[in-house]
Design a protein around this ligand. Structure first.
Ligand code: FES
Length: 376
């Protein structure tokens, strides 16, 4: 990918601070990255219920059958297009309201009332999963990555609580990068510690920024945090598909994780859900501490969202003058630019002229290889 080198000021390490000035994925409203995205809180879909949702411009329905599994389908019936959200759940299957064709959990037509045999047709289904009290969808044919998880905590049992749902007139990428904007964290929030973050790419779709710092200061909240986390604080932000971030705060004894999971609405606005997580405790005191931690997490996540919402809704993000302190932001942008972009609404691979060229070259190479194989 061609990358323009920005005009630098003297405080800049030129080897590290290259940033795409015309990003193709970052902060773009017409594309999104193939991945896992939140659909609904699990509790909002009871057995026998059907709900309609719009994810990245696509109309979908999600229903829960007797087996309690959440099934996600394209919204419009493959017969003549009635909205399946009007349909009725029967056992583990869904019956369309109009001509009463019935589809199973794989989308296969299993009954047509006016025929002896069902029609060999399939409603389009999408991979679905449930975790942390949320229903998730993979926006491609087969999941290529696990659901967002907390690094080093994969095998821990967690207590979790849903936080707030939010919508902000700003792209999710710009909202979520606030978690690694160390200038802003260090200055605007008047925090009595200095954050320096290091990046770690977990896989093609996940990147983590982390650092350890000391907490000073005498305000009520700082004293409270200090009691909770002792004197040193480990801070990390892990991003999945650029749209789910998990902010982890803690020390060697306890950690609090704030998940902000988002998706883009029309025009690049954000709709999101917060989720709070802590390690499960096995005794009464531990349970009470967890309830307190989750409550603190809810307050913190709401405060974080509220803190800059006005600024975010009026800014026009353009990193024209990066300095060293913006390194994490640029690493985040570069990480996003290497992922698989899909078109808004049709969910097909997004191809620019350059990408078409790449595909053409790949095809030519493959054909040449096949020719050589045949000629041998
Ligand atoms: S439109 Fe659904 S069965 Fe006819």
């Amino acid at each position: 990918m061609p990358v323009k080198i920005l005009k630098m000021n003297t405080n800049i390490d030129k080897d590290n601070l290259n940033s795409p000035r015309q990003p193709k994925i970052f902060n773009q409203s017409e594309v999104f990255i193939e991945g896992w995205y939140w659909v609904l809180p699990s509790q909002s879909l009871g057995v026998g219920e059907v709900k309609s949702v719009n994810i990245f411009g696509k109309d979908l329905i999600v229903y829960r059958g007797k087996d309690r599994r959440a099934v996600i389908l394209d919204a419009y019936c493959p017969h003549i297009g009635a909205n399946l959200a009007e349909g009725k759940v029967e056992g583990n299957e869904l019956r369309c309201v109009l001509h009463r064709w019935k589809f199973d959990g794989e989308g296969i037509c299993v009954d047509v009332p006016v025929l002896d045999e069902p029609v060999p047709v399939k409603a389009k289904t999408w991979p679905a999963a449930e975790q942390y009290g949320i229903i998730w969808i993979w926006t491609g044919e087969t999941p290529q990555q696990p659901l967002p998880f907390i690094l080093d905590w994969e095998n821990q049992t967690l207590d979790f609580a849903l936080g707030s749902q939010f919508s902000i007139d700003c792209h999710p990428h710009v909202i979520l990068l606030q978690g690694i904007d160390t200038q802003q964290i260090n200055l605007a929030n008047k925090l009595p510690f200095k954050l320096v973050l290091e990046k770690q790419e977990l896989n093609q779709n996940a990147i983590r920024f982390s650092g350890i710092t000391n907490i000073n200061g005498q305000s009520f909240w700082l004293k409270f945090y200090r009691r909770l986390f002792k004197s040193s604080l480990s801070y990390s932000v892990c991003y999945w598909y650029g749209t789910t971030s998990i902010v982890s705060l803690g020390n060697e004894f306890s950690h609090l994780h704030l998940m902000f999971t988002t998706r883009t609405l029309s025009g690049g606005k954000t709709q999101g859900q917060t989720l709070l997580m802590v390690k499960k405790q096995r005794n009464i005191l531990g349970n009470l501490i967890n309830i307190l931690m989750l409550w603190v997490g809810k307050i913190m996540s709401d405060r974080l969202l509220k803190a800059n919402s006005r600024i975010l809704q009026t800014m026009q993000f353009d990193l024209k003058t990066p300095i060293k302190a913006d390194l994490s932001i640029m690493q985040f942008i570069n990480h996003l630019e290497r992922q698989k972009p899909l078109n808004w609404k049709i969910w097909s691979l997004w191809r620019s002229r350059e990408r078409k060229e790449e595909v053409r070259e790949e095809r030519e190479k493959r054909e040449k290889w096949r020719d050589e194989l045949v000629n041998d």
